[in-house]
Ligand binder design. Structure first.
Ligand code: FMN
Length: 201
């Protein structure tokens, strides 16, 4: 599949029209301001299972063990050189939706047969770049964001994405309250614009 100069933005909050949705739209408005094609999806709108570890993908090039909503998401991810991930902090970590999504990307690795297995990503070296946004209620990074940013950044770096920027937003609980955080709103938009420029290089 050809990789295009487009951006896929993935939201991982269960709360429709909540803070993550607002930040995601802000980031995408930055992408669009640079004239770059973009699409937003919400993981809560797709029915998919966590990875079952069936290993069938190791005998093919895709997830052949589970025929569910992820089959709609793989082509979107593979086609877009740019990626925006937005997750609220749930117990100092990404939401269960984001975790299940990331685990289902296991099929994008090829592993050797030795132990411990060596691995390569089938989507590395394609100029893929990402922006990460996380939001939590508490005012201190450790208990607001905690592992959330690392839990997105580390697996996607292994897959072959370069980090363009990340935005932790602290101290926001109420649905939609992030709109009042003008600094966060501006930063989210700027990150989107930076991502669009970065994938155009
Ligand atoms: C199950 C659950 C767990 C949460 N855990 C944390 C947490 O560990 N730290 C924190 O600062 N906020 C936590 N929050 C609060 C949310 O991160 C916060 O309200 C955020 O703004 C929600 O974003 P959303 O509107 O996009 O869902 C939690 C919320 C829920 C529902």
């Amino acid at each position: 599949m050809e990789v295009k100069n487009r951006v896929l933005a993935i939201g991982a909050s269960p709360r429709k029209n909540g803070n993550s949705d607002i930040l995601l739209k802000q980031a995408l408005s930055g992408v669009a301001s640079a004239g770059t094609e973009c699409e937003a999806i919400q993981l809560r709108d797709y029915h998919f299972m966590p990875c079952t570890g069936c290993e069938r993908c190791q005998n093919s090039t895709h997830c052949s063990g589970l025929n569910d909503g992820m089959q709609l998401l793989y082509p979107k991810l593979l086609e877009a050189r740019g990626l925006v991930l937005v997750s609220p902090s749930h117990n100092c970590n990404i939401t269960a939706w984001m975790k299940a999504f990331i685990d289902r990307l296991y099929c994008l690795y090829q592993f050797t047969k030795d132990r411990p297995r060596q691995y390569t990503s089938s989507i590395s070296g394609q100029g893929r770049k990402m922006v990460l946004i996380a939001i939590g209620e508490q005012p201190q990074y450790e208990i607001a964001i905690g592992l959330t940013m690392d839990a997105m950044r580390i697996p996607f770096e292994y897959l072959g994405y370069e980090l363009i920027g990340e935005l932790p937003v602290l101290g926001v609980f109420d649905k939609g309250a992030v709109r009042a955080d003008t600094e966060a709103m501006e930063k989210a938009q700027n990150l989107g614009a930076q991502l669009a420029l970065a994938i155009a290089d």
